[in-house]
Ligand binder design. Sequence first.
Ligand code: NAD
Length: 343
Amino acid sequence: MIKVAINGYGTIGKRVADAVAAQKDMNVIGVSKTRPSAEAFIAKQRGYPLYIADISKKAAFEKVGLAVAGTVEEMCLAADVIVDATPGDVGATNKPLYEKLGKKALWQGGEDHEVAGFSFNSSCNYKDAIGRQFVRVVSCNTTGLCRIINEIDREFGVAHVHAIMVRRGSDPGEIKKGPIDAVVLDPVTVPSHHGPDVLSVLPHISITTMAMIVPTTMMHMHAIQITTKKEVTRDRVIDLIKKHPRLGLVKKSAAIKSTAELKEFAMDLGRQRADLYENCIFEDSIYANKTELCFFQAIHQEADVVVENVDAIRAMTGLEKDAATSIRMTNAALGFSPIQNNH
Ligand code: NAD
């Protein structure tokens, strides 16, 4: 049983904790919070021991009925692997602690590639993560891009990718981010950071990305155009998506044409937190003509990286050497099957 500590129990950390707890080969030995909050009560309800970075705040936690198991350092010491899900750029400041304790750690996409020196995606480079001390799970957008680009590249060869990301302004629970009423170019310049980030996993891919932020919290939407090396057919692309454990096909029959309807569907399906771990590729948008392939895909920013974190833990600890087996185990433990199997 691999002992996992979650340093930073927020949007990503709380989901990774539940996903780890659902697996048969790993368990959660603790989660960390900086202050008592609603999420800290969820940790208590789930039975995850609660640790805090600043022990002088212990009284504030205990005052509201939250038992404190110890410091973040004590939590990390007791773990085999630390999932760092603290806010972007904070994670890097924790690296000296993980080094001092000689522990394995994985970070999220808010950190630079350099923090771990290895950027991970289960479908693309699982084997290269085996036995590593440090790994970075790439961001939600990069995860969504890597999954589909890699699949198209293996089958048809990718000459170039042009992707436009329409990004959510904030996560649903965030009240201090925006925009409320604007389309913000993020950045104005081209390429956005997503293209270079894809290269941290798939260095041989030619890609240009552009990004903007809009007033929505539900999901990102990608408009993707791929020039392939071999002729591409729509039927084969649909076939590839249907066979992939983390690619979802939003079938024409569902008559879904928005992120809002997708999230409603996820809620109705009874998915925990209405999470969509898979890329949601709209069947009707898939257009193939000679070497040109276009489609829309929606990416649930809070969810797609969660399953990748679980696989990364298995690879780093050597629990499982085969990517497909780990992906299958992770999905099965969560009762997750891509969206096309539900309609
Ligand atoms: P979040 O703000 O929701 O959660 C971060 C948690 O870390 C909070 O519980 C906070 O209390 C805690 N924290 C803050 N400072 C800390 C410290 N010094 N030590 C320990 N804990 C501390 O953030 P998030 O959205 O979950 O993002 C975490 C990471 O995941 C970031 O790198 C982010 O870029 C990445 N990520 C986020 C999303 C998303 O859509 N939210 C998607 C993919 C990747």
